[in-house]
Design a protein around this ligand. Structure first.
Ligand code: FAQ
Length: 329
């Protein structure tokens, strides 16, 4: 299997007996649902896991602006354009909260952003797919923000205080994004012509599977889940959240009058969940390695944005220095 060529070795979780006194006290705090704050002692692995996850999350929000940014100049009406711009600005704000939460762990924002630009840091696979028609703006809001919310609602209860508090605000905004996306699609299905309805189905066909991949590899191939669950950084596994997303999304899909590109998708009365087909994990790992349809374009756009904005940052620093000198004088 391709997936086994990638390092999927599940990391070992220490039992309470194997921990030293500090680690044991920390784990007992976690087990008692006490939030960990920036100044508290924490195992180095906990800090590193959080920096990894929060920085990837922040990068996803920032790179996630690009597929929608492509459509600002082509939104069909003035109101749709305003909505889209507001949504994209929200995503920028989410990135900023998350980078700030990450900094409370001692990580350096510029260094982490450099890792993104040099291809060392990951961001959500979904943003390496193109947005080809206006219905994609609806599908991104409905499916991509929808998947992000399922994941993030549970992160509101993550064990690290600053991350959990950032999630509360972010979730409120993501819920609005999900609804605006669904409303775009519903409008096209209920008031559109045949070509517009086909655009909706086409967008769903292309974004359905990549949205399911957002939850990460299957539990058996997820190296970080066991330890992250023990530390209550993650409160549910990748497969549990993926199933939750499918169960809540299929009725909305049916209400739209559309179908999923999955012949195996059907309600299983016995399990009380939808069954679904096999995810193409080879495609997922290819995208993670940089071979998705838009990986290069996304990173190049981010690099250019940093270069183009250099003069603004320099001017801001010069202004701050001047102000400081004046106040000293
Ligand atoms: N894409 O062991 P696991 C949004 C990596 S926000 C890329 O299961 P973990 C808002 C993973 O990092 C979307 N890489 O890892 C928006 C790990 O790599 P590493 C982002 C992925 O961390 C909407 C390796 O695979 N949300 O969309 C992906 O325990 C619309 C092994 O995986 C978050 O980041 C993937 N899909 O679980 C913006 C939420 N999946 O570092 C604009 C917070 C896995 O070991 C428009 N993150 N990988 O080399 C999480 O909940 C977790 O990090 C998971 C992965 C669940 C994503």
């Amino acid at each position: 299997m391709y997936a086994q060529m990638v390092d999927t070795g599940v990391k070992q979780v220490k039992s309470l007996d194997e921990m030293d006194a500090e680690e044991r006290a920390f784990q007992q705090k976690i087990d008692a649902e006490v939030k960990i704050e920036a100044k508290n002692w924490m195992p180095e692995g906990y800090r590193k896991t959080l920096i990894r996850q929060i920085s990837q999350h922040a990068h996803s929000e920032v790179v996630g602006m690009l597929p929608e940014g492509n459509w600002v100049t082509r939104a069909p009406t003035f109101k749709r354009k305003l909505q889209l711009m507001a949504k994209i600005q929200d995503e920028a704000g989410h990135g900023l909260y998350l980078y700030s939460a990450m900094e409370t762990l001692g990580a350096d924002r510029d260094e982490e952003i450099d890792k993104l630009h040099s291809g060392k840091a990951k961001y959500s696979s979904i943003f390496n797919y193109p947005t080809l028609n206006w219905a994609d703006m609806g599908a991104v809001g409905w499916l991509v923000d929808g998947a992000a919310i399922v994941n993030q609602v549970v992160l509101q209860r993550t064990s690290y205080g600053p991350y959990s508090r950032a999630m509360i605000r972010i979730c409120k905004e993501e819920s609005f994004h999900q609804r605006q996306g669904y409303e775009i699609l519903l409008h096209m299905m209920q008031h559109g012509n045949e070509a517009q309805k086909e655009m909706v189905q086409d967008a769903i066909n292309r974004l359905w599977w990549p949205s399911l991949m957002m939850f990460g590899p299957s539990d058996a191939d997820s190296p970080n889940s066991a330890q992250s669950m023990a530390w209550k950084i993650k409160r549910h596994t990748n497969d549990e959240l993926r199933q939750r997303f499918i169960d809540q999304t299929v009725p909305q899909l049916e209400f739209l009058g559309c179908t999923a590109p999955d012949p195996d998708l059907k309600w299983n009365e016995e399990r009380g969940h939808y069954d679904f087909g096999v995810i193409n994990w080879q495609e997922f790992y290819d995208v993670l390695k940089g071979y998705g349809p838009c990986n290069r374009e996304r990173i190049e756009t981010r690099r250019q944005a940093i270069d183009n904005g250099a003069w603004v940052r320099e001017a801001a620093v010069a202004h701050a220095n001047k102000k400081k000198q004046r106040s000293v004088a």
